[in-house]
Design a protein around this ligand. Structure first.
Ligand SMILES: Cc1ncc(COP(=O)(O)O)c(C=O)c1O
Length: 418
């Protein structure tokens, strides 16, 4: 098969596809594997019961069923849903937005692809622009989404060592400079993989830098506030006409509905919707239809507050306790978990690479993700990249406890025997 340059890039193995294959194959080979890789949200019975109730109500009502299944909506999304969402977000966050500031996508992942390529890559005058990630580690899903090379640039963070075997990354503002080749800044908050939440002050600084350079600040809010609100620290949501905020219904329990939401100024929404029409004609209706009444009533936010956040808060507390005790006596540190559904573990001066640790853990029936995947755009090699792993703690308590016990055992063995 003769592939185009596009074909070679996207049909070949990317970091994301090989990782997903590897995780999938490992599960096929050993269904009893303790699955602490991947980004699936937890099953939350109270939320699942509400989804089931809502699906049943939709199925009983031919008008709603037709609206969800029988029509293409506009490439921007269903205007009734967009109106309700604009009202809910303005009421909760005080943002001066209307439906003209919102668009629906088939998952936020696909919205990132469109937005990144709208701004970065080859410019009409032949010059090249890139997306600047203020720091890495950052979300692996961005890594291969550029249609041209040299698409992401990122910087090392500074590292603050904290009590209780914790640490925290901060944006190194001295190293961060924007140029005429910067297309946009982008940051996930909370961050996948680290669970870091960049502070309000750091976000304000990024906002100011982006405005001064006249480029958008893209904020990935897949885990953030006001929904799904998987946050264990104070964080004020930010939006203004220079920001592009991406929200998602995935992490509150609906990853299969593939619903992302773009919040941006009108010209960005128009550009996004035009591109979405080419790629998708329209986005799926099921996710918006399912949550429509909770958006109209504003309950979507209170449901996350009542069921989603406490669920993860309890899980993270349990995970932190078992992780600490499993790693006691080693130099390991845990990134302060401030949000999202992962613990990010750092093994300073581990004699083996994180990839080798990943393989050894897989052989013992525990699936995690090696940290080296999460440094998109970092050009210079950094030993730290090979000293971390990401662990999803969203499984049941028994799986999490057994998984961390094996992680602790392997890490101790690696520190003493290599
Ligand atoms: C930080 C981050 N952004 C975006 C996404 C994409 O989510 P979705 O396409 O399901 O909205 C994910 C999924 O894991 C994520 O972790």
């Amino acid at each position: 098969m003769k592939l185009s340059a596009f074909g070679e890039k996207f049909a070949g193995q990317t970091g994301a596809s090989s990782l997903m294959d590897d995780l999938g194959n490992a599960l096929n080979d050993n269904p009893d594997m303790l699955f602490m890789g991947g980004g699936n949200p937890s099953r939350i019975p109270a939320m699942e019961a509400l989804f089931a109730e809502r699906l049943a109500a939709m199925a009983q009502d031919p008008h709603q069923t037709f609206g969800a299944l029988g029509v293409y909506k506009s490439p921007q999304g269903d205007s009734r849903f967009l109106d309700a969402l604009a009202e809910m977000l303005s009421n909760t966050c005080g943002w001066p937005i209307s439906r003209h500031n919102l668009a629906i996508s088939n998952g936020s992942q696909s919205a990132f692809f469109v937005l990144f390529n709208l701004f970065a890559g080859r410019m009409p005058d032949g010059s090249q622009r890139h997306i600047q990630l203020p720091m890495a580690p950052e979300y692996l899903g961005y890594a291969d989404s550029g249609l041209s090379g040299d698409f992401f640039h990122s910087n090392r963070p500074t590292i603050e060592l904290l009590d209780g075997a914790l640490f925290k990354y901060h944006v190194d503002f001295e190293a961060l400079s924007l140029s005429e080749h910067t297309a946009a800044l982008c940051v996930s908050r909370p961050t996948n993989p680290t669970g870091n939440v960049i502070s309000d002050a750091e976000l304000a600084k990024l906002d100011a830098l982006a405005r001064a350079a006249n480029v958008p600040l893209i904020i990935d809010n897949a885990y953030g506030t006001p929904f799904p609100n998987i946050l264990f620290t104070e964080a004020t949501p930010l939006w203004n006409p220079n920001t592009i905020l991406l929200l998602s219904l995935s992490k509150l329990g609906l990853p299969g509905a593939r619903t992302g939401i773009v919040v941006a100024r009108e010209e960005v929404i128009k550009a996004f919707s035009n591109a979405n029409a080419v790629l998708n004609l329209a986005s799926g209706n099921i996710g918006p239809a399912l949550v429509q009444p909770w958006v109209e009533s504003g309950e979507l936010i209170s449901l996350c507050e009542r069921y989603v956040r406490p669920h993860y808060q309890q899980k993270v507390n349990e995970a932190l306790a078992v992780c600490r005790s499993a790693l006691a006596g080693t130099p390991a540190r845990i990134h302060k978990p401030e949000g999202a559904l992962f613990l990010w573990l750092w093994f300073p001066e581990l004699p083996i690479s994180s990839d080798e640790l990943y393989r050894r853990l897989k052989a013992r029936g525990v699936l995690v993700v090696s940290g080296h995947h999460f440094f998109p755009g970092l050009s210079a090699q950094w030993q730290h990249q090979h000293e971390c792993i990401r662990v999803n703690y969203g499984q049941d308590a028994d799986t999490v406890a057994r998984g961390f016990a094996i992680i602790g055992d392997e890490v101790k063995r690696a520190y003493s025997h290599g």
